[in-house]
Write a protein that binds this ligand. Structure first.
Ligand SMILES: [Zn+2]
Length: 119
């Protein structure tokens, strides 16, 4: 087995996540679960799990730790579904995260319908 990020084979066990063995890469320090190991890209189920976690109020960093998906990847997915869904109800009801400027920009651009920002 090898690191899906840097291909290193220096892997250490790093506890369990939801019953699955979690690993940490000695070379790059990233964590991942051994069940999925797509070197590039993620399956739809991983994507949906991450987005669901986010909608349920989990922060990007928590998702990153939990799923092994980098938070910028999760943000990218959010943007993608936001573009597909004109009203994006799931995203609008998300509590404020305020963790990332990128997200605020994204959410702000979606709120134009209520005159948000006009003084
Ligand atoms: Zn690595």
């Amino acid at each position: 087995m090898h690191c899906p990020y840097c291909e290193s084979t220096e892997i250490r066990k790093n506890g369990k996540r939801r019953g699955k063995q979690n690993h940490i890469c000695v070379s790059c320090g990233r964590q991942f679960i051994d069940v999925y190991s797509p070197p590039r890209g993620y399956s739809d189920s991983v994507k949906q799990e991450c987005l669901r976690s986010y909608v349920n109020g989990m922060g990007f960093r928590a998702i990153e730790r939990d799923k092994g998906v980098h938070h910028t990847t999760v943000i990218l997915w959010l943007k993608q579904i936001g573009e597909k869904l004109p009203d994006a109800p799931a995203i609008e009801e998300i509590p404020q995260v305020g963790e990332l400027d990128e997200l605020e920009t994204f959410v702000g651009s979606k709120k134009t319908k209520s005159g948000y920002g006009q003084q």
